[in-house]
Design a protein around this ligand. Sequence first.
Ligand code: IPE
Ligand code: IPE
Ligand code: MG
Length: 241
Amino acid sequence: MRTQGASSGQRTPEHVAVIMDGNGRWARQRGLPRLAGHRAGTENIRSIVTACIELAIPCLTLYAFSTENWSRPSVEIQGLMDILGEFIDRETQSLHEQGVHLRHLGSLEGISENLCHKVRYAIDLTHHNDRLTLSIAFNYGGRTDIVNAVRKLIAQGMPADAIDEQLISANLSTGGLPDPDLVIRTSGEWRLSNFLIWQAAYSEYWATPVLWPDFKAEHFRQAIDDYGRRERRFGGINQPN
Ligand code: IPE
Ligand code: IPE
Ligand code: MG
């Protein structure tokens, strides 16, 4: 694990996961429709990606749509699908030029063929990039992720006593990524909402009342700085030298 931060000389996380929450409240405060909040919530992603690259953080994961978000009104769901498509159209080329490798976490079931095509195109185009892995959790649920991993192992004929934590981790949609060191949640909420529930078992948490569309690179840097001062124990005790 890397120990030196690029800007502060402190420990830098290898993987930061962000629950981008508060788009609806941001819109309501301005008397705008909720979708205006969701659209505004894609404008700051570029600056967060750039901050990750500058801080030499190799993995960033963004929670964009949960399996539970299907319970929202269909107009909002359709709008969120459209906004993801617009985001891919608008940002993929420049993300590619920045050396970003795009990944999708979750299921493409229930997603239109047109949007699936855009997602696959972006993943294929950026496949060989290795500066930053940007995973978009879309139609993602942590419990489903675990169920799918176990089903995959059983379908391969894996005997029960051969199934261990490493095998489950490797078969989650995050397979190959390190567990998130830091989970950030915006909008003053303090819960995981079914995000990376297995992978975040020992993550540090950082919450801010700032609503997602107002969350800028300076807030991100603040979270990373704060993380650098955390003492991680993983159940052990840190002995003084
Ligand atoms: C987060 O913003 C985006 C999604 C969950 C898709 P919200 O839409 O949850 O915004 P609030 O929580 O209602 O303010
Ligand atoms: C979590 O936000 C999901 C995403 C940010 C995509 P929600 O707004 O859906 O979570 P709850 O319902 O407040 O827990
Ligand atoms: Mg919310």
